[in-house]
Design a protein around this ligand. Structure first.
Ligand SMILES: *[C@@H]1O[C@H](CO)[C@@H](O)[C@H](O)[C@H]1NC(C)=O
Ligand SMILES: [Cu+2]
Length: 123
């Protein structure tokens, strides 16, 4: 009886560990804009995608011509960069999505208004 119970507990522990590993491995990596990369007009790219918190967006672009700035909703809507925003400039930036709305734009003049901005909503 005691043997059976500890066996069952072991099985429960194993199942929990396996689910924990699955949880870790479910993060998805997306290349923003797919083959086009981070470019003008990319703002429609998130449509139809079901992002989860922990998923990773990879922004690929020429660092001479573009950058990536993580902004808030106001910044996104008005194409402005709030003070204290984080700017990425490597040309190959991996950014992990937080739960909720994540907003990014290109900080080069005129690029955001040219559609170089995305909103990714992560469940
Ligand atoms: C971009 O970065 C990822 C790791 O973050 C790396 O695996 C990949 O090779 C890089 N790609 C380029 C084109 O540098
Ligand atoms: Cu740009």
């Amino acid at each position: 009886m005691a043997q059976g119970r500890s066996g069952a507990m072991g099985l429960v522990a194993l199942v929990l560990v396996v689910f924990g590993l699955l949880e870790l491995s479910t993060a998805t990596t997306y290349t923003v804009g797919d083959s086009g990369g981070w470019i003008f007009g990319v703002s429609d790219w998130p449509n139809g995608k079901n992002f989860l918190a922990g998923d990773v967006l990879v922004f690929q672009y020429s660092a001479v011509h573009h950058n990536v700035v993580a902004v808030n909703a106001d910044g996104y809507n008005s194409c402005s960069v709030p003070p204290g925003s984080t700017t990425y400039t490597s040309g190959n930036d991996s950014i992990t999505l937080q739960k909720g709305a994540n907003f990014f734009l290109c900080g080069f003049p005129g690029h955001c208004s040219g559609g170089m901005k995305i909103q990714a909503n992560a469940a």
